[in-house]
Design a protein. Structure first.
Length: 338
């Protein structure tokens, strides 16, 4: 799956402040209006202007003198000679010249230097990415995942969204996260997102076969990265785990479980929904066991309610004998208050 022949630009991008054409049109319009005002002032004060040839200064001469004045070229073939014309040019039109130069310099900065700087800055961020979260596929689940990550306090600079659809990338950019246009099943795309340095990768390509292929590619490139994937067919859940996903989420199964739980009592489903929501009173937290907790039972945690522990690749719930004594290097899953 290596893409030696794929020369597509795989650089990170972020949302700009607005359409470039709109900003450029606004600047051109403002500059044109200021020049028109300057021409009008010079036209009404043309009696105070003198042509080096001795002839009268007509409209073309006024426009010419305005452009030479605004650009500070000043050939000297047309000059203000009366005190009024000189005062108007000095005190009335000098601020307009300064404003025009600021517009020209600002435009050059925004459309030349700033773009170069932004590309360089994003390339530096891309080269130094570490501990970030990659979201492969910005469909419904991907959007919800990014929104939840942001609500949980994850910095937008630590989220990279990969998708091939321009509208999906535009929607992701609206959340100020880094975006990468590319096929997440390809080695080059995931390498550009520095999957080997990522904290986790969340996969929902919209199709189970594509999602599983992304998981396979990511697991081969990053054997230790945490991978979660959305799978819509129960028949494909085992394949996704075999491909290397630690967490396989089936939205239909989860919804069915909530509905079935609600038949046992409304509070059961409410509590489960509360755990899944960022604004709920409780949340699940996974953490390593503390040194002071070694040897104590899982039920004796002071930080929250211990549900299960992970030891040597196996999981044990609070009712198992293994949970009676915590060991060093155990990972704890607990319910804590927000």
């Amino acid at each position: 799956m290596t893409d030696h022949a794929d020369h597509k630009d795989l650089s990170l991008k972020r949302r700009g402040r607005g359409p470039a054409w709109l900003s450029l049109a606004w600047r051109i319009g403002l500059a044109g209006a200021l020049i028109a005002v300057t021409v009008a002032v010079h036209w009404f004060c043309r009696a105070g202007l003198r042509d080096a040839n001795g002839g009268p200064v007509g409209l073309l001469g006024v426009i010419y003198f305005t452009i030479m004045t605004v650009t500070t070229v000043g050939y000297g073939d047309i000059v203000p000679v009366t005190p009024t014309a000189r005062a108007i040019d000095t005190f009335g039109l000098t601020p307009i010249r300064i404003l025009l130069w600021l517009i020209f310099l600002g435009t050059a900065y925004d459309f030349l230097f700033k773009n170069v700087w932004e590309r360089w800055r994003m390339s530096m961020i891309q080269r130094t990415l570490m501990g970030h979260v990659i979201v492969a596929g910005f469909g419904v689940s991907g959007r919800e995942a990014v929104g939840e990550l942001r609500r949980q306090g994850t910095d937008a600079g630590r989220i990279v969204v990969i998708d091939e659809q321009a509208d999906a990338l535009a929607a992701a950019a609206m959340q100020n996260v880094a975006i990468l246009s590319g096929d997440a099943t390809r080695d080059a795309t995931l390498e550009a997102a520095r999957v080997d340095k990522a904290k986790a990768i969340l996969v929902d390509a919209g199709r189970d076969d594509t999602s599983i292929l992304i998981v396979l590619t990511a697991r081969r490139l990053a054997p230790k990265v945490a991978i979660s994937v959305v799978i819509r067919s129960a028949d494909n859940e085992a394949l996704a785990r075999q491909a290397g996903a630690e967490v396989v989420i089936n939205p239909a199964s989860f919804a069915g479980h909530l509905m079935a739980s609600s038949s046992q009592g409304a509070h059961v489903a409410d509590f489960m929904a509360d755990l899944a929501a960022s604004g709920g009173a409780f949340t699940l937290r996974e953490r390593p066991v503390a040194a002071s907790e070694v040897g104590r039972p899982l039920s004796a945690l002071n930080s929250g309610v211990g549900l299960q522990l992970c030891r040597d690749g196996s999981t044990y719930n609070f009712a198992t004998p293994e949970a009676r004594s915590l060991e060093r290097d155990d990972m704890i899953l607990e319910v804590v208050a927000r």
